[in-house]
Structure formats: structure tokens, C-alpha cells
Design a protein. Structure first.
Length: 182
């Protein structure tokens, strides 16, 4: 092998790493974020029930149902890189105000099924599965379901509200306004 051929091979490997390997690694790390909650609603003095729901594309979503005195329910959606444990304070405040709450892990997060993060595009299916779960429970008013989302969860809540009439109100805390800006 000539010195010129060796230089060409080394240059190709470096260029390949810079333009293919590194971007693939960064992309994988950005779309596969998983942290499992080390807290439960019990630590906030809340009773809760574990549940799972399956999305229309077959992803199992893990959640907590936290009952309260009323029959209105609020679905709480965490932000990017979070999990249902990161929104427990919101659930405590909702509970103390008489609202049932549902906390869940988006696909690819916490204890939910494996799937890359799509920053709200496929995660809307997760919220739709949670809505179906809430509507199937007796004692809850299907006309009094709302949603609260934080960051990516807020953007996803907005996207989902455009797909269903089941969400009667939403609160979106810090959603992104343009996906290209995220």
C-alpha cells in the first residue's frame, strides 16, 4: 500500500466519523432518553393505582391514576427527558383542589415501552391512549377531562387537543412554538 493510499484511507475514515458516526450517535442519544422515577405519589401522601394503556401503534404506556374527591380528571404530561415522577408536585396540587390526575411516562421514557422520542408527533398517540383509559373508568365524568403539559408535554398536549374533542381544557407550560427551534 502506497503512502498516498494510506492517507486517502485515513482521511476517508476521519470524514466518515465526523459526518456519519458522530451525528448518528448524537441523534440516538437525543431520541432515546430514559429515566425511571425514584419517587411515587405515596411520598406526597397520595393514594394511587398503577396502570398500563396500549397506543394504537402498540406501545405500552405506564401510568399512575391518582383519585381525588371530584369526578373531573386532569392528564399531566412531563417534558423531554422526564418521567411521571417529575410532575408529582402538579398531581399533589390538583389532588388538593379536588381533581383526579393521571401521570404517565411517554413512549421511550420511564417504564413505558421502547420507542424513540419524536418530540410530540407520536407521543400524541400516548395521550390518546391515556384519554381512552380515563373514559373507560367508572365514576369519572368524560365531559370533564383536561390536560396539563410541561415543555415537550405541553406541545404534545396542544397537538393532541387538535385531534380530539375529549380534552375540554389544556394548560401548556413552556411549549415550543416551532419544532425547528427546538
Amino acid at each position: 500500500m502506497t503512502p498516498r493510499t494510506k492517507i486517502i484511507i485515513v482521511a476517508f475514515v476521519i470524514i466518515f466519523d465526523v459526518f456519519v458516526t458522530v451525528p448518528l450517535f448524537v441523534s440516538f442519544r437525543a431520541t432515546h432518553v430514559r429515566t425511571v422515577s425514584d419517587k411515587t405519589p405515596a411520598e406526597y401522601g397520595l393514594q394511587y393505582q398503577n396502570f398500563t394503556a396500549v397506543t394504537e401503534d402498540g406501545v405500552t404506556i405506564s401510568g399512575w391514576f391518582i383519585p381525588a374527591a371530584g369526578n373531573a380528571t386532569v392528564i399531566v404530561a412531563h417534558g423531554y427527558g422526564g418521567n411521571k415522577g417529575t410532575v408529582l408536585l402538579a398531581a399533589k396540587l390538583l389532588h388538593d383542589s379536588g381533581f383526579n390526575s393521571v401521570l404517565f411516562d411517554f413512549r421511550g421514557c420511564g417504564e413505558s415501552g421502547d420507542s424513540p422520542t419524536t418530540f410530540g408527533v407520536r407521543e400524541s398517540k400516548d395521550i390518546l391512549a391515556i384519554l381512552a383509559f380515563v373514559k373507560s373508568r367508572t365514576g369519572l365524568d368524560p365531559e370533564r377531562i383536561g390536560g396539563v403539559g410541561f415543555s415537550m408535554g405541553a406541545a404534545t398536549m396542544i397537538m393532541t387537543a387538535g385531534q380530539t374533542h375529549d380534552l375540554k381544557a389544556i394548560v401548556a407550560d413552556s411549549p415550543y412554538y416551532d419544532f425547528k427551534e427546538t
